[in-house]
Design a protein around this ligand. Structure first.
Ligand SMILES: [Zn+2]
Length: 286
């Protein structure tokens, strides 16, 4: 479902990679004074701690430039180890923040079957648990990404999956961010979507998950209201998308309740889908 495979660099040369990263650091230096910002999110869409993706030399420079900032990086769990974490924290930490580093990992779901069959992610929940434990041992924070409604799940299965995942990963996560599946160009997901075999989640489902979570969940409904993104009927979408964004900024749950109580025609359609949509599973074994 991820379209980034078409957007990566053609080169795998370490020098070229380091050069690209250093030039981005230089660009930031030119555009911003270091007093302009206090938090930096490094968006690799991959693994910050994978030395083939972010070579050590570049990582060290990033650490130097952002000393004193709160830094959020993302990585797959297999690249998490205490030595690298401690080394990077040493670079950025000047005592300004209790938790100067947050490590974001795309767990997507706590259900190994769904992560394996629907997402093909290549690691298990236990790998995430080990990595999250290691992150906490380095006194860094864990940001967990979940993915709502990957391929092959019905609307109600996707709601149940997110409710269960939020509950199960809470004790290991300092921040939970729920991403909503979108249909990106050139992906397998798009192929199924074109054949009417996939529909992105209803915004009603998103509201229902955010409302029933006991804790605050970050959620930015990217592509919300479009056919390729999470959507309802088209009429009620803009208000709900705006409301979910406002909730993410304010943590005000009454916003979600008010939106959920709105009575758009499509709410009955959604309720019918949740109650009646059937899974068409593939067999688990041969
Ligand atoms: Zn509607």
């Amino acid at each position: 479902m991820c379209g980034y495979k078409y957007k990566h660099l053609a080169t795998r040369s370490q020098d070229a990679l380091v050069g690209k990263i250093l030039s981005q650091l230089q660009w930031i230096k030119q555009k911003f004074s270091t007093f302009d910002y206090s938090i930096v999110k490094i968006f690799t869409s991959g693994s910050f701690f994978d030395p083939n993706e972010v070579p050590l030399r570049a990582r060290t420079e990033i650490g130097k430039q952002f000393k004193g900032k709160l830094v959020i990086v993302e990585t797959r769990p297999e690249y998490v180890n205490k030595i690298d974490l401690d080394g990077f924290i040493d670079e950025i930490d000047d005592g300004n923040w209790n938790t100067p580093l947050y490590v974001a990992m795309g767990l997507e779901t706590t259900n190994d079957g769904i992560r394996n069959k629907s997402i093909n992610k290549g690691f298990s929940y236990i790998d995430f648990v080990k990595a999250a434990t290691e992150v906490h041992e380095s006194h860094a924070g864990v940001k967990t990404y979940l993915l709502m409604k990957p391929l092959f799940l019905t609307e109600s299965e996707s709601i149940d999956d997110m409710n269960a995942s939020i509950e199960e990963c809470t004790h290991l996560s300092d921040i939970i961010s729920m991403n909503l599946c979108t249909v990106q160009k050139g992906t397998l997901l798009e192929k199924y979507w074109r054949r009417m075999a996939y529909r992105p989640p209803y915004l009603w489902s998103v509201l229902s998950v955010l409302r029933s979570a006991k804790q605050y969940i970050l959620c930015d409904p990217v592509g919300g209201g479009s056919l390729r993104g999470p959507h309802n009927c088209g009429k009620c979408d803009p208000d709900i998308v705006r409301g979910i964004r406002d909730y993410s900024l304010t943590k005000d749950k009454t916003l979600l309740d008010t939106l959920f109580e709105c009575d758009c025609q499509c709410k009955r359609e959604w309720q019918w889908v949740v109650a009646n949509e059937m899974p068409y599973c593939m067999p688990f074994t041969r």
